[in-house]
Design a binder for this molecule. Structure first.
Ligand code: NAG
Ligand code: NAG
Ligand code: NAG
Length: 349
């Protein structure tokens, strides 16, 4: 039994935790054969961490059931291959009936991600049906009175033809007006966010150590953007501002941004540049502090982005060593490293 002093301390800590922003979520990927049962994961996240958002790459019913009554918001993903059929309203309605209605409202859905990195697939059929599928799912949600659930789709930074300096950010030619303007218009109309997957891990130059420090939020010389007169001290801000500039050039700088994926591998192949626990701690730890600070970026001051770290677990069936080592946790729930996502109460009491 905790004594009264402990109870007071607990109350104080809960109040002080509630006062700080927490917009950190995790991608709950399941490409593994050794993960704990979803109910164990749900209890663990709720009782021992500050993580209050998860994103799934599917709409796994066991996971959706497990997160009922946890207060943790869930983003579900409609599979890439389902996009052509989802562009028709009856299929979109039946997708909502199967994947949302049985679990709502005990499971809190904040968003449906329609496919993942569709533009990067270069599949003309998927790209052509992407926005129609988003529109149909939105319509289906409206018909079920679930307008608080947003519809979006995550993009890789390959959607940009240029990203350095950030003021040069632009969408790929041929996609800007025909693909991105209508998608951004959908987001403006439905008050849903544009979702991006920035990975400074893929942006640094192994032959220039200072670019690694820039990617890792470590002290570095910074990058000066002559066009705006702004100084960048980390690559995450630069990547986000490049996306923002691309949106602004099309007239959509009012649309919210969500970081659907970002992360850093804690291990990789021998001699693979940049991988390792120390760098993963630096990137993810500093990213969480940066996002929760509410500082925003040079072009988006004071804006906070809901941010989903990739990923919750190390996933042993991913193809490469580095891809298997993005997790914050091992399958036995032991932290791979601690980036400050444990609830303080449990540590102190
Ligand atoms: C949605 O709400 C409207 C207005 O309150 C109501 O008439 C309708 O029956 C509701 N539809 C569903 C599917 O709950
Ligand atoms: C940019 O920021 C870096 C890191 O704080 C600093 O070293 C550098 O002098 C700054 N450059 C300019 C032009 O302000
Ligand atoms: C951002 O917040 C700071 C501190 O509260 C304030 O001084 C500044 O004016 C804000 N900037 C914008 C663009 O809102």
């Amino acid at each position: 039994m905790p004594n009264p002093f402990h109870l007071l301390l607990l109350l104080f800590l809960r109040l002080s935790t509630a006062a700080t922003t927490n917009t950190i979520g995790v991608n709950y990927g399941t490409v593994a054969d050794n993960l704990p049962p979803p109910s164990t994961v749900a209890t663990f996240l709720k009782s021992q961490t500050t993580i209050n958002h998860i994103k799934l790459y599917d709409a796994n019913p066991d996971i959706l059931r497990a997160f009922a009554n946890t207060g943790i918001s869930v983003t579900v993903t409609a599979a890439n291959g389902d996009i052509p059929s989802l562009s028709k309203l009856p299929s979109a309605k039946s997708w909502i009936t199967t994947n949302i209605l049985p679990y709502h409202p005990k499971t809190i859905f904040n968003r449906i991600a329609v496919g993942n990195e569709i533009i990067a697939t270069s599949d003309k059929n998927l790209i052509a049906h992407l926005l129609p599928a988003m529109e149909a799912l939105q319509k289906a949600l409206t018909l079920s009175n679930l307008t608080h659930i947003q519809v979006s789709t995550p993009h890789s930074l390959g959607i940009l033809s240029s990203s350095e300096p950030p003021s040069a950010g632009a969408f790929r030619r041929g996609y800007d007006v025909t693909i991105f303007a209508p998608i951004l218009d959908f987001h403006r109309r439905t008050k849903s966010p544009f979702m991006v997957n920035p990975y400074p891990f893929f942006g640094f130059d192994p032959t220039r150590p200072e670019t690694l420090n820039y990617a890792l939020f470590k002290p570095n010389g910074g990058v000066f953007d002559k066009m705006t007169g702004l100084n960048y001290t980390n690559m995450f801000d630069a990547q986000m501002d490049a996306v923002f500039t691309a949106m602004k050039k099309l007239g959509y700088d009012d649309v919210e941004l969500v970081v659907a994926e970002t992360g850093w591998p804690s291990a990789g192949d021998p001699n693979q540049p940049g991988v390792g626990i120390e760098n993963a701690v630096s990137y993810n730890g500093n990213l969480i502090k940066h996002v929760n600070s509410g500082k925003g970026t040079p072009l988006m001051p004071n804006r906070t982005f809901e941010t989903y770290i990739f990923s919750l677990f190390n996933e042993n069936l991913k193809p490469t060593v580095s891809e298997r080592n993005y997790g914050l946790f091992k399958p036995n729930l032991a932290p791979v490293y601690d980036v400050g996502v444990f609830t303080q109460q449990d540590v102190l009491l």
